[in-house]
Design a protein around this ligand. Sequence first.
Ligand code: GCU
Length: 679
Amino acid sequence: MSDTTQTPPVHPAWLPDAAFAPLGSRRVLVVTGPDAGPVGATVVDEVRRAVTTHGGTLTVADLASADDHDLVLRVAPDGPDTGFTRLRTGGVTVVVAGDATGLLHGLHDVVRAGEAAFGADHPPVVSRPLAPVRMLDHWDNIDVHPVMGQVERGYAGGSIFYADGRVREDLSRVAAYARMLGSVGINAVAINNVNVHATEARLLTDGLADVARVADVFRPHGVRTYLSVSFGSPMRLGGLATNDPLDPDVQAWWAATADRVWATIPDFGGFVVKADSEGQPGPFAYGRDHADGANLLARAVAPHGGTVFWRAFVYNHEQDWRDRRTDRARAAYDHFAPLDGRFDDNVVLQVKYGPLDFQVREPVSPVIAAVPRTRVAVELQVTQEYTGHQKHVCYLGPLWSDVLGFPLAENATRTVASIASGAPGPGTPEDADLRAGGITAVSNVGDDEFWTGHPLAQANLYAYGRLAWDPAADPVALLDEWIGLTFPGADPRVRETLHGLMDRSWLTYEAYTAPLGVCFMVDPLRGHYGPNVDGYEYSKWGTYHFADRDGIGVDRTVATGTGYTGQYPAPWRDVYEDLATCPDELLLFFHHVPYGHVLHSGTTVIQHVYDTRADAVELVESWVPRWEALRGLVDDRLHARVAERLTEQVRSATEWRDQVRTYFFRKSGVPDASGRPIY
Ligand code: GCU
């Protein structure tokens, strides 16, 4: 039983010592070669820690024979250039990588496999990440923002990087986090909010020594550090009269600034930029476009091998709801598709997975397929801004898996993941000019004891890393991996219960919140938590559902609506345009339909709204006793935290159910055929 008067230890997440038992109880040989560097040292440290705990042995050698070892971890020139190969031969498990980072990833592959890594002999299995960059973006502020707090859209306490108005002296939490990221193959991290406020802007200049300290902590885990920077920096930090991207002084300022960054941190990754978006400065003020803006920074960082992640989240957030012609969903495509081919090679266009904003259900953004001559990174959101603020169990692996695996390209020839990774798909010509951007996501981590507020939200961080490495992985299998690592040796009921609660929890969350892809029914006043069906209906943000007494949904067709469906390549433009082929779950995103419209599922829209909400709450209620039955089988503090959050999830889901059902009854006058209560 833990002593609650003491500061609780930081939870080990999926890296408890016990998860290393299969590896740590064996005789391990590590051959990192002469250029192992800090990542090689991490591999040695990991193995040393494991064998010390579990009674195995460690031999570190430049050249050694595999005899008398159970596991050989080896850097070799003939190893794969990224990733690693694992094989088992003559009773020895061998991991070979082209460099120390690959070896670190291979080491964790052995940890994940556990005893299975030491089973029957098998030929080499190669594991390479699909996307070259697998990034996490932190929306952390140094100062506590009056509205947004320290971590914007953060639900896990304060920042692990900053405290008391500066970068923390003690970066041990960051070191533990870096270890977690390295273990799942994340290789890039941006350490401050995309909304760059005054104090944080200075990280780029006065704060560099501190950024270098953070980079030193990430480096041994194969993770490069990036900063979010303000497009307004030349005026704000440099005292210049303009931020105009075509102004020579502005160009010189960025070049000199980049020189100092890389002089301080030679392996610095680059910049993330939110420009002309929700009030952030950008090139529009000077009559320039986003290619001018992005290339300005790209040219400054190019001599150092840096990359600029330029966000495509650009839309009019001062919309008039009376104006039915403006459709926020169209905005990113309208801004960026015409710029294809104009971005420098070291610009990556960072596109949110959907056209709106990380909703529980959105179609995949058409921008991803609309800029074939531009490097694209797809942006996911691990932090649960619109999916229950880490108070609700909502395992997002299946959502991301659907997005990454979606065959978006013309005639379904490439998936979202393959476009973002520069990987060919079926039918891609051999000589095609494929460009790799990457996969990126907003982190869900804070200085909370469990990292993520809701302990089960750790699974989202884990699954994000694993899917960024292998977008084709089965998200439920990844959840199973996470359970095995996080609760090693636990009673089988733990695994069974967690699958019961989590496997379909994204769909459950969807089922009690906004129906059929209609989006935005969250409460603006509670930071997007809880229901407020009309909360955004007459707002400037451009997010509407248009419910009236006859029907609901947004007509985004070419024939009669905003024309958004026309932004998709074939076959999707036709699939979404036509009511007969539009999938049920996206119906209200693309069409305005009467409440009596019959879905492909055979039920009407209104009865679907009624039934799914009521059924979903019953399901969530059933989770409470199921979790309660695990008391004593998992760590007490973790059990208590999850129990407390489940109580809130039941309360909140009930509120969603009752407000949404009642709202639609009052609008439509159609009774619920099931007779369940409406208020
Ligand atoms: C959402 C979110 C903001 C964030 C923005 C972004 O709109 O609510 O907090 O700044 O996305 O991605 O830039």
